[in-house]
Ligand binder design. Structure first.
Ligand SMILES: *Cc1c(COP(=O)(O)O)cnc(C)c1O
Length: 811
């Protein structure tokens, strides 16, 4: 139990104002929207892309009374009965508090680092060791400077083992994480290419990651990744690999239809067994977990028995289309307090349905502690649910939850039998269950079927990219997110809901009907429509959509419509043509436009903008400058003439990066939000969309055969050909035929063979290892793919057909 006074001591705070010394603190929060038990929350005003000090008032209004800040803001001065701790760096303070808490932990703390597989290894160890030990694991991918601190804070004394994941992207970060985590035992999964951009070499990256373990007692890793010589003398070393010196030595390994057969040598004895995975990464993760189990002195026969129970995991929360027009949030792989909070937050962002339902299973440890139950109750009561469906033992508090409709089931099978009666329809359903409850069966029943090609959209990457561009513009500059053409192909209200939650200022669509879809999907943000037609005026008004006005004719039509329906001061956005020569008023038309606007009351100029034709091209910089100058001049003329100010905006993605002088009052972020780095900024923007399909059939053909229509797929050798279910009707351009298109299977690039068919195409997989059912990434490098057929990534993205199912991921 921590009081604010104790925390003050731990942090050695010199400057404080405490209204209530004895205030208990149980929760550390940094996002005012994610406050659960406000009185017991301590709000840290972190400064990242946004300044947390700006959200103090919001947190206060939600009931938070304790704050860690780096300066006293005017807001703070006005608040009564609050506890304030003034520190130099709130993030460092949070970390310090987490470390203090970590040092109270009497169990064994395991730190996990590596490029890939950290979360899987963590989750598997949780399953493997959980049979007879109390195991804590850091939630989801809480592995950053902030995430690690929050994970440690939630570590309770009841656990025997804590598994904490540590992730870094830049040099210097691991040292800091080491100081916070101070692991007793280390696990290193592997080293890959991810985030290599900040490191000189793989070696440098490896050295950085190993810093986590510098004061640990022992380290577990594959000898193919780490050699003893690289480690400090005092660190005990347990390795797996093919060397005789390895603690767990793999003598033989071969792939079977549904698993991998392994023969290992352990202390002079041979063991042969199967693990239920065929891909290399999973097999390596099994070996890592086995070595950890050996460290904990389990017998090999026990380890083999438990390995059989492991299953591949979908580690991320997924948003999918459900039956009867439902949205399904599938988070059925685990269930603990932290991940329940994350997924309920996600549910609250997605506003496409009024009705929200939570299907929840019992949680480990819930029965034992009243405090835990209180937290679950308050999470559920705050989630604005219409329905709550529970699977598990009947706790007394279940029936008194503040949810209109409550259904209780003892087992998943009972719920499955009642699914039809529950009549799910037009609602958002969050499915959250512990592994043992097999909620994947529920998910199967409630998901809309589709063919094997999906577009995966990583919403974390999207919000990361948003923050990245936001950090490039000054605080007072607004941000308009371009969601035209279904958010550049990546979806409509699903993406928009996230943007709304992330507090962008404006959204922009191309046509009125795209705006209508967003409104029906729960979007309240102002929406600009780029190409409105006169036959959609009624729709614009009905759904509160704001048109771009680009010509006198259009302006007159719109004003006369407004006059007919008796509307005044309707917001419009003036488009100036400063060089694109598409839509917009030319500079010489501005005086006429101005005098017309001065003599009417139907419309109000909300903003005035222009579009740059080549903001990303250094060779055209003189022209871009000229566009900016022309725009400034015209906008000034309009503002002075109208006698009021409006929002001025010019910059698209490239101009956000390259033309800070063109940020004006607002920027219009497009392609960069969706993870395409047109400016080669080597910045940290992340890939958002991944188009995926699977290998449907494999065949071995002699050189004399041909592949596909018109015998155009000529073979130059005996070949192995894979058929995949994606064709030009899905948006895979016919120009990708004859080897121009390259897809990725099991980490290897493979070319197309012959022509691209309507619903399928063929790949030459002669040189790689592949089996039917393997995943295929269609555009491993979208810039290269676009270049290969002489187009731009924008076109490839927006052409992905609507029949390709979109699945949204969130961590
Ligand atoms: C599409 C569009 C943008 C966004 O451009 P990106 O290059 O994708 O950032 C900005 N402004 C207008 C008017 C647009 O049509």
């Amino acid at each position: 139990m921590y009081t604010i006074d104790l925390i003050r001591e731990v942090l050695e705070v010199k400057d404080d104002r405490l209204a209530n010394y004895n205030q208990q603190i149980t929760e550390l929060v940094y996002d005012s929207r994610k406050v659960n038990q406000p009185e017991q929350s301590l709000f840290f005003a972190l400064t990242a892309a946004r300044d947390g000090h700006d959200f103090i008032l919001d947190a206060y209004q939600r009931g938070v009374r304790s704050f860690v800040v780096s300066r006293l803001t005017a807001d703070l001065e006005t608040l009564a009965a609050v506890n304030i701790l003034l520190v130099a760096d709130p993030l460092a303070a949070m970390q310090r508090l987490a470390t203090y808490h970590r040092l109270q932990f009497k169990g064994l703390l395991v730190g996990i680092a590596g490029s890939n597989g950290k979360s899987i290894v963590k989750e598997w160890l949780h399953q493997l060791l959980g049979h007879d030990k109390q195991v804590y694991q850091s939630p989801k991918s809480y592995n950053s400077q902030l995430g690690v601190a929050l994970s440690l804070w939630n570590l309770g004394p009841q656990y025997d083992i804590a598994l904490i994941e540590a992730g870094i992207s830049e040099p210097g970060e691991m040292e800091r994480l080491q100081e916070i985590i101070q692991p007793d035992l280390g696990i290193f999964t592997n080293i890959g290419e991810a985030h290599a951009q900040y490191f000189e070499s793989i070696q440098a990256k490896l050295q950085e990651k190993l810093k986590l373990f510098q004061h640990a007692k022992a380290l577990i890793a594959g000898s193919k990744y780490i050699q003893k010589a690289m480690l400090p003398e005092c660190l005990d070393w347990y390795s797996w690999g093919s060397l005789e010196s390895d603690s767990l030595c793999v003598l033989d390994q071969h792939t079977l239809a549904k698993g991998t057969a392994l023969t290992i040598l352990l202390k002079g004895e041979e063991y042969s067994f199967e693990v239920p995975f065929t891909d290399r990464a999973s097999v390596e993760n099994c070996l890592t977990c086995s070595t950890v189990m050996l460290y904990f002195q389990y017998s090999m026969s026990e380890i083999i028995k438990r390995l059989q129970l492991l299953r591949p995991l979908e580690m991320r929360l997924q948003l999918k289309k459900g039956i009867h027009n439902c949205s399904l949030i599938d988070d059925s792989y685990s269930n603990d307090l932290a991940s329940l909070q994350i997924s309920l937050d996600f549910l609250s962002q997605q506003n496409q349905h009024q009705k929200k339902t939570l299907i929840l299973s019992d949680m480990e440890g819930l029965q034992q502690t009243a405090k835990f139950q209180d937290k679950v109750v308050s999470l559920i009561n705050r989630a604005n649910l219409q329905r709550f469906i529970w699977v598990g033992p009947e706790y007394p508090w279940l029936t008194s939850l503040a949810v209109p409709e409550i259904h209780l089931f003892a087992e998943t099978t009972a719920l499955l039998e009642s699914l039809d009666k529950l009549a799910f329809k037009e609602e958002s359903i969050l499915i959250k269950g512990a592994r043992a409850y097999q909620f994947e069966l529920l998910v199967q029943r409630l998901t809309l079927r589709s063919h094997g090609t999906v577009l995966e959209i990583n919403l974390n990457a999207l919000s990361h990219n948003l923050m990245h561009y936001r950090s490039m513009i000054p605080n007072q500059v607004k941000l308009m997110a371009m969601v035209k053409a279904f958010s550049y192909g990546s979806g409509s209200f699903e993406v928009a809901n996230l943007l709304q939650f992330s507090k962008v200022d404006y959204l922009t669509v191309a046509f009125a009907d795209e705006g209508v879809e967003l409104r029906l999907g729960g979007i309240q943000l102002p929406i600009m429509v780029l190409s409105p037609d006169s036959d959609t005026f009624q729709t614009l008004l009905q759904y509160n959509l704001e048109p771009e006005v680009y010509s006198m004719r259009f302006l007159e039509e719109f004003m006369s419509f407004l006059k007919d329906v008796g509307k005044t001061a309707y917001p419009i956005h003036l488009k100036l043509d400063t060089g694109m020569h598409r839509l917009g008023f030319l500079p010489n038309e501005v005086p006429a436009l101005l005098s017309r606007l001065q003599t009417q009351e139907e419309v109000h100029v909300q903003s005035c903008f222009t579009h740059l034709v080549a903001s990303g091209d250094p060779e055209q910089d003189a022209f871009t400058q000229q566009q900016i100058d022309t725009y400034s001049h015209c906008a000034k003329q309009l503002e002075e003439g109208l006698g009021y100010t409006f929002i001025k905006h010019v910059a698209n993605t490239s101009a956000i990066v390259r033309w800070p002088q063109a940020h004006f009052d607002m920027v219009r972020l497009g392609i960069g939000l969706y993870g395409v780095d047109m400016d080669h900024t080597r910045s940290t923007i992340e890939k958002v969309s991944t188009l995926k399909t699977t290998v449907t059939q494999l065949k071995d053909l002699p050189q004399t055969e041909t592949v596909g229509y018109d015998r155009k797929g000529v073979l130059t050798r005996d070949s192995r050909i894979a058929t995949v279910k994606i064709g030009y009707a899905d948006g895979y351009n016919r120009k990708f035929g004859y080897g121009i298109g390259k897809m990725k299977i099991n980490g290897q690039l493979v070319p197309t063979v012959g022509t691209i068919c309507m619903d399928m195409c063929m790949l030459d997989v002669t040189d790689i290892e592949v089996k039917e059912g393997d995943d295929v990434e269609v555009f491993p490098d979208i810039m290269a793919a676009a270049k290969a057929i002489d187009t731009i990534p924008y076109e490839l993205l927006v052409n992905i057909a609507s029949r390709v199912k979109r699945v949204y991921y969130f961590e």
